[in-house]
Design a protein around this ligand. Sequence first.
Ligand code: ADP
Ligand code: MG
Length: 253
Amino acid sequence: MSAAARRGRSAQRTRGANTAPVIELEGVRKVYRSGEIEFEALRGVDVAIDEGEYVAVVGPSGSGKSTLMNILGCLDVATSGRYLLAGEDVSAMSERELALVRNRRIGFVFQQFHLLPSKSAWRNVELPLVYAGVPRTERRDRAVAALERVGLGERIDNRPGEMSGGQQQRVAVARALVTEPALILADEPTGNLDSASTADVFGLLDDLHAHGRTVVVITHDHEVADRAPRNLVVRDGLVTEDRRFVAVGGVRR
Ligand code: ADP
Ligand code: MG
């Protein structure tokens, strides 16, 4: 963006000079079709998320949270409506452009970890860098640094099967952050973890947010959602509530 455009943009905004919406959804609908049967999983979602926000998406099972996350992450496209990611219209992008956006801008963490079982921790973590065309030695250095950052510097050569669930999810977090993405998306990242590992993983997400990343985390756990300054409540394919909390003396109000 040119300096003039940037000035124009911030002049239009009312919520502070350093924020710009990284995510803008307008009237987003998602219809799943199988044969004759249609199901409208998202029924018109309007949401804007600013750069650097930490947002928890909550709601009952089947309400459309994962569908929303898949669209935010460019893993799937809306049936109708508009999605602007960092100001760019995602609906107009080709499959190849979407893959580039996913690789460059977004780090994903899923409930099921999605690690490759035959590969060591650092080989799993370097994968997004392979797709990004980063040279081999740099890949290893960055993968090891990412694993150190999540407290797994001693486990770089272990395969997923040799690690606990909590450690596997930390490997997945390292893989999500190794490309230094602006946006971290996590879909029920602690759904399969015990409470100690849950605390670890949320500590890592808090840390990424503290370092300026935009974090959107889906959870059905209200205790977990309580950590985030903003909650979006999804019910029956709609965002029914958008709650913002202000921390006062470290206590959320
Ligand atoms: P949540 O993550 O909140 O549990 P989902 O986004 O996974 O909800 O699903 C929302 C609704 O869409 C559910 O009723 C689910 O059965 C339906 N759904 C999800 N994925 C598909 C699909 N690929 N085909 C058909 N229906 C789907
Ligand atoms: Mg889900």
